[in-house]
Design a protein around this ligand. Structure first.
Ligand code: SAH
Length: 394
């Protein structure tokens, strides 16, 4: 049996790769620029609509290429404007494509083929939170993704496809916006499912497409890779890109961090911080953001704040305190507002800038990993009372 030729998903190609792709079709490199403009400035995925491309080229594109974003399974909009999508990756999983072009039934449970994406609008900016893997292998004790286990890395097309889809859903493809004015998505954070630096091979080219001026044209400071602390990859990242870096610290000493963030057993805090300061040196005076989840009675005491101050004082880092988002079955509770305030004040009064992340979209379980957890058993999908719009797409 002859295997059907697999079409190339254009969302997975960086500019040089797209140029090579069109060259191999006998076209000039500037055709790649035209294509990128349609793809990213207009969020157009239908080759027939790309009217300034010759008809014959469009026909050849249709035969060899596709624009295939992840599939939307569920959309939720919170009363505060936060928007959340459940995206299925099963259909973009090339490996699961059968020879006749159909899609094999995924062998894994539905929740391990799905990721979540969250858009958080704020005055003057819009942040999109995307995923880098299906599941996660880092095993952080307070994270609901960890409980779901690890399936696989997302491809470049699956990572870029999330942003492509969100941009389209949010109306960012309006030609009026072409000049970059009033863009909807201004910031992208890899703070969804997965450990981005464990999928370095695909995450780095994806960030190139996000930052390319013919791609999404997001400023380098506004693309943030968040890591639990894969030190060798952090050092490599410092050499090879210049996006912003956030580090999930969560504990001010090795004993506690060994427990909460198990990768700490391999790369201790001193080694991790050393890699952070090297990153800042290489990246020309950019701060590192340290994420610190506030767990009641675990890491939120004044002595922890003082320990944190000793680690970060006089260093180019700031602290983002994240109130813990509880999920079914967790042993942890969110710190009290008073404990969070006290922790923040100790940091700030000792020269370590700390801010508290506001919780958003509480009515739609906007914390990453939570929607997937609910869909695991479809009968438990419940929609919050404050929910103002829901669309289920199968
Ligand atoms: N693997 C990357 C991205 C993870 S998600 C990393 O570890 O940085 C982004 C942030 O959310 C991380 O700081 C992560 O530790 C944090 N997080 C995970 N579960 C959480 C929860 N239940 N409540 C609050 N923050 C959580």
């Amino acid at each position: 049996m002859n295997a059907a030729p697999t079409k190339t998903n254009l969302l997975g190609l960086t500019r040089p790769q797209l140029e090579a792709f069109v060259a191999q079709m006998g076209e000039k490199p500037f055709r790649a620029r035209q294509l990128m403009k349609w793809l990213y400035k207009r969020a157009e995925g239908d080759f027939d609509q790309m009217t300034d491309l010759a008809k014959s080229f469009r026909e050849r594109l249709k035969a060899a290429a596709e624009v295939r974003p992840p599939e939307i399974r569920l959309t939720q909009v919170s009363s505060d404007g936060t928007r959340k999508w459940l995206l299925s990756m099963a259909s973009v999983n090339e490996a699961r494509r059968t020879a006749d072009g159909g899609t094999e039934e995924p062998h894994l449970p539905a929740d391990l083929q799905a990721i979540e994406m969250v858009f958080i609008p704020e005055p003057g900016r819009g942040t999109l939170c995307i995923s880098s893997q299906l599941g996660c292998a880092m095993d952080c004790t307070f994270c609901s993704t960890a409980q779901q286990g690890f399936n696989r890395n997302l491809s470049i097309a699956e990572i870029v496809g999330q942003v492509w889809l969100a941009n389209r859903e949010l109306g960012g493809a309006d030609p009026q916006r072409e000049a970059g004015a009033n863009r909807v998505i201004t910031n992208i954070v890899f703070m969804g499912m997965g450990e981005p630096l464990a999928n370095y091979r695909n995450v780095v080219p994806a960030t190139e497409i996000l930052m390319d001026d013919l791609g999404f044209d997001i400023s380098r400071r506004r693309v943030t890779v968040s890591t639990s602390g894969l030190v060798p990859q952090m050092l490599k990242l410092a050499e090879e890109t210049n996006c912003a870096l956030a580090v999930s610290l969560h504990a001010p000493n090795d004993e506690l961090r060994d427990e909460l963030v198990p990768i700490n057993r391999r790369h201790k805090i001193a080694e991790l911080l050393d890699a952070c300061w090297q990153y800042v040196d290489k990246q020309n005076a950019r701060n590192i953001t340290f994420e610190y989840v506030m767990l009641d009675g675990v890491n939120d005491k004044p002595e922890h704040a003082f320990e944190l101050v000793r680690l970060l004082q006089g260093r180019p880092g700031k602290v983002n305190l994240i109130p813990f988002n509880p999920f079914p079955g967790t042993q942890y509770r969110r710190s009290t507002p008073a404990a969070i305030e006290r922790f923040r004040d100790i940091c700030n009064s000792h020269g370590v800038i700390a801010t508290t992340r506001r919780t958003r979209g509480d009515d739609i379980d906007a914390a990453c990993g939570q929607l997937v957890g609910r869909v695991r058993d479809r009968t438990t999908v419940r929609l919050g009372s404050k929910l103002i719009s829901v669309a289920v797409q199968t």
